[in-house]
Ligand binder design. Structure first.
Ligand code: PEP
Ligand code: MN
Length: 264
């Protein structure tokens, strides 16, 4: 692990498919994203913790091999979601640059502790998504578990992906921005990355949420992209094709002297 250093690039733009599905889909998506020139890290889920059994649960180790190939082809660092010690072991074997903890894992102190113990001494970069439920202490507790196994705070980042609430809402997961501000005030040195894809749930709201995050001085975005979103095996409604991703990223005004990405 680790030719990638969190904090060296702001805004940090992470993109890739929700799930690695086939070698072709993974490589084509990743290569096209790299060609946009606006993506700093490639993502894909290879183990998918699904709310309902029977949904696509990821391709496992094969997907790690495809992501490692995408890294060789593009020169970009790669990130995957991990939820168990075994996932961590495999991710380290495949030279993954960054792992993230999904919202369904951050809710479970036992799972977080297992992942943290597996990462001890690895030099890993870890991004921690907010838990499904709006509980800041649970999110902060996960950060503390990684810090307690010796992962330096500068190698830990936060991903705000919104919270699950009862009843119909505009977004799939409510941003509840004040909760993320509270988290930032507890860990002011930590990168805060917005995940407008999982907040929005559909492509139509991704731009407004991304601009809101930039206005609120977030440090980056993680946005899902797929070469053929309507055929995606997970999160089909919220994935952008690489060209749309590029246009979206270039249209964001970061208001912090970071507008190198903006179209002229
Ligand atoms: C994902 O990033 O594909 C994912 C499953 O996200 P979350 O944990 O935010 O639901
Ligand atoms: Mn997803």
């Amino acid at each position: 692990m680790n030719n990638f250093k969190l904090g060296e690039k702001r805004p940090l733009i992470i993109s890739g498919p929700c799930s690695a599905e086939t070698r072709e889909q993974t490589l084509e998506t990743c290569v096209r994203l790299a060609e946009t020139g606006v993506v700093d890290m490639l993502r894909a889920g290879v183990w998918k913790p699904r709310t309902s059994p029977g949904s696509f649960e990821g391709v496992g180790l094969k997907g790690l091999a495809w992501m490692a190939e995408a890294k060789r082809l593009t020169g970009l660092p790669i990130g995957v979601e991990v939820a168990t010690a075994k996932h961590v072991e495999s991710a380290l074997e495949f030279d993954v640059d960054c792992v993230w903890i999904g919202a369904r894992t951050t809710v479970s102190p036992f799972a977080v502790q297992e992942v943290a113990d597996a990462l001890r001494g690895s030099g890993a970069t870890v991004l921690i998504k907010n838990p499904m439920n709006p509980d800041i202490d649970l999110w902060a507790g996960a950060v503390k578990r990684f810090a307690a196994v010796g992962i330096p705070l500068e190698n830990i980042g936060l991903i705000h992906r919104g919270f699950s609430f009862f009843g119909h809402q505009k977004y799939r997961n409510a941003p509840a921005w004040p909760l993320a501000f509270e988290m930032r005030s507890r860990f002011p040195e930590m990168m805060m990355i917005c995940d407008p894809s999982h907040m929005a749930g559909t492509t139509e709201y991704i731009h407004e949420l991304s601009q809101a995050a930039a206005d609120l001085r977030y440090d980056g975005l993680i946005i899902e992209s797929h070469i053929c979103p309507s055929q995606a095996l997970s999160d089909a409604k919220q994935q952008l094709i690489p060209g749309e991703l590029e246009r979206l990223v270039r249209s964001i005004n970061w208001r912090r002297g970071w507008n190198v990405l903006c179209a002229a």
